[in-house]
Design a protein around this ligand. Structure first.
Ligand code: 1GP
Length: 229
């Protein structure tokens, strides 16, 4: 399954803290997307995460958990994505929480199912930026340097440009895409229709579509058309 990530072009991100009907969930899971990522920055609990993975489990689409809180770690996911926030000076988001989790749960951790993601968080108004005290006011050179640190120094399989809640700087994203060597580039933030999906897909490997699922399901489903086989 880890190897399969390389072929992902489109991912829907579902938030366990937001309601979605059975019919809407069926449409998302059967849309042709490459994977469902379950994750959220607030209000995520064991119970709402377990409920969502059980519902998604009826479908064949790969389902991964993005672990933003230890409380939400539920068995049954295909993979567990582990964010490391690269652009923060608060080391708990880069290594501190990870070490604490390993110390507590080392015997239970399914190491072969973990996939680290190097996040570069760039929307100052997003919950994730505020929670992690991300250094969002950086220029393209600095953002690229963070990406290269994740790619070349730490050899992370994924670099994730995160603008959660707003459409980001495509010039910066393109520059990062050009600068990285082996990491796969995920882009997420403000993709609300086919047009923005196509724009983002041109400058990254994998687009992540979140909020719009809950605001305009048809527009969200349209974004799957960026996938080329
Ligand atoms: C959020 O990157 C994802 O973590 C997607 O962002 O919710 O703005 O689509 P949106």
């Amino acid at each position: 399954m880890r190897e399969q990530i390389k072929s992902w072009q489109h991912v829907f991100k579902l938030d366990p803290d937001r309601p979605i009907s059975d019919d809407e969930l069926r449409q998302v899971c059967c849309s042709g997307t490459d994977a469902i990522m379950v994750g959220g920055s607030s209000g995520v609990t064991y119970d709402n995460t377990a409920d969502l993975v059980k519902r998604i489990g009826q479908y064949e689409v790969p389902c991964v958990l993005e672990v933003s809180d230890l409380e939400m770690v539920v068995p049954g996911f295909d993979l567990y994505m582990i964010p490391l926030i690269l652009n923060t000076n608060d080391s708990q988001w880069m290594i501190g929480q990870h070490v604490a989790a390993i110390e507590q749960y080392s015997q239970l951790i399914p190491w072969d199912k973990l996939v680290p993601e190097g996040y570069i968080v760039l929307n100052a108004h997003s919950t994730v930026a505020q929670r992690t005290e991300a250094l969002t006011e950086i220029d393209t050179d600095r953002a690229t340097a963070y990406a290269q640190a994740g790619d070349r120094l730490f050899q992370l399989p994924i670099i994730y440009i995160e603008y959660s809640g707003r459409f980001g700087d495509m010039t910066l994203t393109a520059e990062i895409h050009r600068s990285i060597h082996q990491s796969q580039l995920f882009y997420g933030g403000g993709i609300r229709d086919m047009h923005s999906a196509r724009q983002a897909k041109q400058v990254c490997d994998t687009i992540v579509v979140g909020n719009i699922i809950y605001e305009n399901l048809q527009a969200a489903l349209d974004t799957v058309q960026v996938i080329s086989r």
